[in-house]
Design a protein around this ligand. Structure first.
Ligand SMILES: [Fe+2]
Length: 283
């Protein structure tokens, strides 16, 4: 189900991470996670699914471990086209002794959580059909119930995991920010709307009625500052805009809202108030 990651919507498309140990990270993302290698250079690896870039690893040479309690990536979330693949991935990770950090049934989705070798958070999830999502006005109901590992693993038995299936996308980004309201004001300028929140500590925002394209939280502390530019973790993530007109409207809206934004070679570069860098491209 990809109707929330196409067409006229604004949605996350891919991300780029700063990496210390390129070989270890590359083998984790290809062998353990099942991404395709799209391009490989000494300090740069492009990974994706079915020829579509999802994750770029960059190792400029002077990368240092990110300090704790900073703004930045909480997790990026890979959306599988069907829950049977989630089951198959659980079986594959278990067979390869890759530890999970958790799993949850969020009512709108079923999700697995793990950390990569350089401590970046990863979620892999499958959406429940959107007709089953419960809305109260413009707010969607999301819970955190235990994941039904048994039924997923049973369902996944019929599929031999040979990598991320066709149709896999970057489903959402979840970021640590220093101030929720300030972050929400920024993302509103791009066109996102708040569709759920968690007692003053997290916001979930989307376009087109998705359960969330971006999560924002203050779990690393209110006022959390960005990590240094050469720290491990998020370099930037990319949002897709449908056309030039929308991209230019966003640029104008960000500038009117006194946010840093500039157009370079057809790409709109900006960053949220917590220093999470964003490229907005036409896709
Ligand atoms: Fe998430």
């Amino acid at each position: 189900m990809n109707k929330f990651h196409e067409g006229s919507l604004i949605y996350p498309l891919n991300l780029s991470l700063n990496v210390i140990d390129m070989d270890r990270m590359t083998s984790f993302y290809t062998d353990s996670m099942g991404f395709e290698m799209l391009e490989k250079k000494e300090d740069f690896v492009e990974l994706g699914v079915d020829g579509r870039r999802i994750l770029t690893l960059v190792s400029p040479g002077d990368v240092v471990e990110k300090p704790p309690r900073r703004s930045g990536l909480y997790h990026f979330a890979i959306l599988l086209p069907d829950r049977k693949y989630l089951g198959s991935l659980i079986n594959h990770l278990r067979d390869n002794n890759v530890p999970l950090t958790g799993g949850a049934d969020h009512e709108v989705s079923e999700a697995l959580y793990l950390q990569d070798p350089e401590d970046n958070g990863i979620e892999v999830y499958a959406d429940v059909t959107d007709s089953k999502w419960e809305w109260d006005g413009d707010q969607v109901q999301m819970g955190t119930d235990p994941l039904d590992f048994r039924s997923l693993m049973e369902l996944g038995k019929d599929i031999n995991w040979t990598g991320m299936p066709k149709g896999t996308r970057l489903g959402h980004m979840h970021l640590h920010v220093g101030d929720l309201e300030e972050a929400y004001r920024f993302y509103s300028l791009i066109g996102f709307k708040r569709v759920a929140q968690m007692a003053g500590s997290a916001n979930f925002i989307s376009t087109g009625g998705y359960h969330h394209h971006i999560g924002l939280n203050v779990w690393n502390g209110r006022g959390a500052k960005p990590a240094p530019e050469n720290a491990t973790g998020l370099r930037y993530y990319t949002l897709a805009a449908p056309d030039r007109e929308t991209q230019e409207k966003i640029l104008e809206s960000l500038r009117d809202g006194n946010q840093k934004a500039e157009m370079k070679d057809g790409i709109l570069h900006t960053q949220d108030p917590s220093g999470n860098r964003i490229q907005i491209i036409i896709a």
